[in-house]
Write a protein that binds this ligand. Sequence first.
Ligand code: FES
Ligand code: FES
Length: 151
Amino acid sequence: MRVELSVNGERHETDVWAGESLLTTLRDRLALPGSKNACEQGECGSCSVLLDGELVCSCLVLAAQADGHEIVTVEGLAENGGLHPVQEAFADTGAVQCGFCTPGFVVAAADLLRRVPEPTDDEIREALSGNLCRCTGYAKILDAVHTAAGR
Ligand code: FES
Ligand code: FES
């Protein structure tokens, strides 16, 4: 089947199979590998994207369900050729280790800061509760979100 997606402000038409996830379409058909596939069952948040402004796990959304909708991936957060403040803060605070989880955290944190510009620790923990990191122990990730909020 053919779907039409708006991804990071660009219109794409592509063929997908009926059971194909949005994550697979983004990575394998649209050459956007920023969203990661770490569990493919909605557990880790590595595949987080914004679908019509809502944070979703793209491994749990069918490409067919996204037909005609707007998607923002981690590649689409940067503006005017520079990094998004959350991307910059993750790099500056050492919140990135293996980086597998990082794109999902960045998308979820950017979504939080859009809604809550100065979140508390609890609000950050709640907003990022769907994202798992096996490496950093989360302290630096919290630091990164506070740093981005300050900027
Ligand atoms: S790959 Fe989608 S939640 Fe883990
Ligand atoms: S940096 Fe490795 S899983 Fe998060």
